[in-house]
Design a protein around this ligand. Structure first.
Ligand code: PMP
Length: 409
């Protein structure tokens, strides 16, 4: 089988999906999905309501160009302006998270007239050259060396493998390190780019006051804040956007993945004032095409009509309880973190990351019909990011099976 990078020695070959389930019809496998394609399928696989809307649109009009208006892109922009936090009113549409972050950084340059960026240890922002250059995880960068015009700051999460759980101290260290860069690079920085919860970094979740401190520091230095909600957005954390858990509004926000529930669509969103400096005729050729835009509207309606924010919050609390129960029973679980249905369990043996055991657990869970994700700087964090339509019984099943598997490894 042509595989480049799998979690599994023996990966499933998925043939169909329905809501929180995936199927491998070659071997008659049915899996409960706890990864949702890395926080993409928030509304569930092949969601009937959403695919019906997409197919109807596909039959009517697939694509023109942004030179003409189409109703879906206008409706989506309006609908987004209602759900985006604060005064974020304008959206520029593209296809992927990387493209949205590229667009956001271009916009920050155009607005501020500055050309440099700050990013954090353990953050990830995409696969284009610039977005890899502001990624703080070595395996996801183009090169381990610093790239011109980018500055890496200390991350916001303590090193739990070294028995450090002090979130407040980690917050203060991160803020000081950012301040140091701002002072040294006086008047050169356009923006700082950051995830509200660092997904690939290992579901690293900051102290609740982190963003308030960060925003006031950036305001003092006239530097924009770009919040990357590519992995955290659309009800996953119990709010429409994760940054709403932290009491601030960014200057620019990027969204992708779950916005299309499997269709390629992303956006960078900002205030009217900042948007006015985007002097390019278009952000992307296919971005915001009628099919993707219609799908995204359908996603937003589905989230609203099914109260997925409230549901994710409730299920998230229930999942946390389950993971805490496991942590009390199994020494290998060092740390549990996250918000809502974005949770991570870091696995260690002594002070070392339990890398091989993490793989064994994933494989074994898969053989027991449950697909969990994996991330973290040492790839030793179990990631629980299921479709938001899961129920208590699904969580019970996952926790019970994980309890057995953890006993065996
Ligand atoms: N930002 C974050 C936080 C992500 O998790 C990812 C993808 N894992 C990206 C950006 C890049 O998105 P895409 O793969 O759609 O380009």
């Amino acid at each position: 089988m042509p595989c480049s990078f799998h979690f599994y020695q023996n990966p499933p070959q998925i043939t169909r999906g329905k809501m929180q389930y995936l199927y491998d019809d070659y071997v008659g496998g049915k899996y409960l999905d706890f990864f949702a394609g890395v926080s993409v399928m928030n509304c569930g696989h092949s969601n009937d309501t959403i695919i019906k809307d997409s197919i109807e649109q596909m039959k009517t009009l697939q694509h023109t160009t942004t030179i003409y208006l189409t109703q879906p892109i206008v409706d989506l922009a309006e609908k987004l302006s209602k759900v985006l936090p604060g005064d974020l009113n304008k959206s520029f549409f593209c296809l992927s998270g990387s493209e949205a972050n590229e667009g956001a950084m271009l916009l920050a340059k155009l607005y501020t007239g500055n050309n440099e960026f700050i990013y954090l240890d353990a953050g990830l922002h995409g696969r284009t050259h610039l977005t890899m250059s502001v990624t703080g995880i070595d395996m996801w960068r183009a090169s381990p060396n610093p790239e011109l015009g980018t500055h890496r700051a200390t991350g916001f999460y303590p090193n739990v493998a070294q028995n450090d759980f002090d979130l407040e101290l980690a917050m203060n260290k991160s803020i000081s390190s950012i301040e140091e860069i701002l002072i040294k690079q006086n008047n050169k920085i356009a923006a700082l780019i950051i995830e509200p919860i660092q997904g690939n970094g290992g579901i690293l979740t900051p102290h609740k006051e982190y963003f308030i401190k960060l925003k006031s520091l950036l305001i003092k230095h006239n530097v924009l804040l770009i919040v990357d909600e590519v992995q955290t957005g659309f009800a996953r954390t119990g709010k429409m956007f994760a940054i709403e858990n932290f009491g601030i509004t960014p200057d620019i926000m990027t969204i992708a993945k779950a916005l299309g529930n499997g269709q390629p669509i992303s956006a960078f969103c900002t205030t009217n004032e900042i948007a006015a400096s985007f002097t390019r005729p278009s952000a992307s050729t296919l971005g915001g095409n009628p099919v993707s835009s219609t799908t995204a509207i359908s996603v937003l309606n589905y989230i609203e009509n099914h109260s997925l924010c409230e549901h994710a919050s409730k299920m998230g609390d229930y999942l946390t309880q389950g993971l805490q129960y496991l942590q009390n029973r199994h020494n290998i679980i060092r740390d549990i973190r996250g918000i809502g249905l974005m949770q991570g369990a870091e696995l260690v043996e002594g002070i070392s990351p339990a890398i091989e055991k993490t793989d064994k657990i994933l494989e074994s869970m898969k053989d027991n019909g449950i697909l969990i994700g994996k991330n973290g700087l040492s790839r030793n964090v179990l990631a629980f990011q299921p479709p938001l339509v899961i129920c208590k019984e699904n969580i019970d099943e996952c926790i019970n099976k994980l309890d057995v598997v953890l006993k065996l490894v």
